[in-house]
Design a protein around this ligand. Structure first.
Ligand code: ARG
Length: 463
């Protein structure tokens, strides 16, 4: 009686609990993304097991062919994913056994899902980084070609979003390019550091089978097998490092986005974004909104979130593997998608933007942007810089009252503030004179922009 009611109770409770726990702990609905890398790792493992005599050649061949068929099945959308089998690894292994029988059950000899998943994610991320790097380079090329096109285009340079000094549009594009060059370096560092093979670490301590890790390592394209099994199954530094690099990339893209949004606004009218990268308003027929730039700007928020999630996931985790690590995948996968797609959007859009030369020139001209050039002129006439600064400040106040730019004042008006000002001052008060004068490495002069464009093209051609 007791037993019966207990069984009834436990039957009902455990069934309900199991159903929930099963769903709560399952990861196949997201980690199925790893299927191709999981199969690749398993095939390498099977070849190695055959080489060391743990599998027969016939078993090895059955496993490899069975996994090829499963890959095709998954890609055709015909694979019977089963959440009850928890994750991608168990789904594929179970299917393999269903298809090829006994040999399938031998695949997992000498490994654990712990070294398996650690290997899979590294293989996956290595490919993902290669794709992201490709988009990053496309965007760099787009910026360089725009810089070349607009090397001598004058625009206002800003500090505090106030007109500061005239610069060239090409120089501004190359500033963005430099950010992306550093981003590429961070991605490449991350890819190089993570290219270490966990497979063979098994659950945490290694395995008693006579495995040949050098063989799987070479087949899977890793640089060397991990030197410590405890570290190898539990390390997710590479996911954090990738997300950090990704968060810096999306931060850079958000800065570019912000500028393009301001420049495309009628408030400045500096650029026109291609229609196909903008959207309209459902209510205001005149609107053309820079949504792609806004979404890219917004995407940086989730990237920062993923970086924080991964850091926090790893904080305080004891060695070796803990199931917490299953929580690395959704942030990592979304980080990959976010960085790749944001880069793709800008790589497509930026080379197609139209620059409004007249508006840029007018805004630079109206903003006293050559005031520093006037001060530098006075210094060359022997006036100490601080005094020159004061003289120019008074000239600007006067010009403001007169409703003119510095270059529009008469010589006599300028000479009220310093007798050292001569007719040649007008050469430095022009925008062209101002940018041309900044003719040193890193400066905004069109000659320097062209030199940097050539250097960038050579660098990109060598990639
Ligand atoms: N789905 C797991 C993960 O993503 C695979 C490893 C499971 N290992 C284990 N001992 N439960 O981390």
């Amino acid at each position: 009686m007791t037993k019966k009611s207990s069984q009834l109770w436990t039957g009902r409770f455990s069934e309900a609990t199991d159903a929930f726990v099963q769903q709560f702990t399952a990861s196949e609905h997201f980690d199925r993304r790893l299927y191709a890398h999981d199969i690749r790792g398993s095939q390498a493992h099977a070849r190695m097991l055959a080489k060391v005599g743990v599998l027969t050649e016939a078993e090895r061949d059955a496993i490899i062919e069975g996994l090829d068929a499963i890959r095709a099945e998954i890609e055709a959308g015909e694979f019977p994913w089963d959440p009850a089998l928890e994750d991608v690894h168990m789904n594929i292994e179970k299917r393999l056994t269903d298809r090829i029988g006994e040999a399938g059950k031998k695949l997992h000899t000498g490994r654990s899902r712990n070294d398996q998943v650690a290997t899979d994610i590294r293989l996956y991320l290595r490919d993902a980084i290669a794709e992201i790097r490709h988009q990053l380079i496309r965007l760099q090329r787009g910026l360089v070609s725009l810089a070349e096109r607009e090397a001598a285009t004058i625009m206002p340079g800003f500090t505090h979003l106030q007109v500061a000094q005239p610069i060239t549009f090409g120089h501004h594009m190359l500033a963005w390019y430099e950010m992306l060059v550093r981003d590429q370096g961070r991605l490449e560092d991350c890819a190089a550091r993570m290219n270490v093979m966990p497979l063979g670490s098994a659950a945490l301590a290694g395995t008693s089978y006579p495995i040949e890790r050098a063989m799987t390592c070479e087949e899977l394209g890793f640089d060397y097998p991990s030197r410590n099994s405890l570290d190898a199954v539990s390390d997710r530094d590479f996911a954090i490092e990738f997300s950090a690099a990704g968060a810096i990339i999306t931060t850079h893209l958000s800065r570019m986005a912000e500028e393009m949004i301001i420049w495309a606004s009628p408030l400045t009218g500096f650029i026109e974004l291609p229609d196909r990268f903008c959207t309209g308003s459902s209510i205001m027929p005149q609107k053309k909104n820079p949504d792609v730039a806004e979404i890219v700007r917004g995407k940086s928020a989730r990237m920062n979130g993923h970086l924080m999630a991964l850091l926090t996931l790893m904080k305080s985790q004891p060695l070796a593997y803990n199931r917490d690590n299953q929580e690395d995948k959704e942030p990592l996968f979304d980080a990959v998608d976010t960085v790749r797609d944001s880069l793709t959007a800008f790589a497509d859009m930026i080379p197609n933007l139209t620059v409004n030369h007249a508006r840029l020139y007018e805004t630079a001209r109206a903003g006293f942007s050559t005031a520093t050039d006037l001060a530098d002129y006075l210094v060359r006439q022997g006036v100490p810089f601080r005094d020159a600064h004061e003289i120019v400040g008074r000239s600007v106040r006067y010009a403001t009252e007169e409703g003119k730019d510095l270059g529009e004042l008469e010589l006599d008006e300028l000479r009220q503030f310093s007798a050292r000002i001569g007719e040649d001052v007008f050469e430095v008060l022009t925008l062209e004179g101002s940018v041309n004068a900044r003719d040193h490495v890193g400066g905004t002069a069109p000659t320097q922009v062209r030199a940097q464009v050539e250097a960038a093209k050579a660098r990109l051609a060598a990639l």
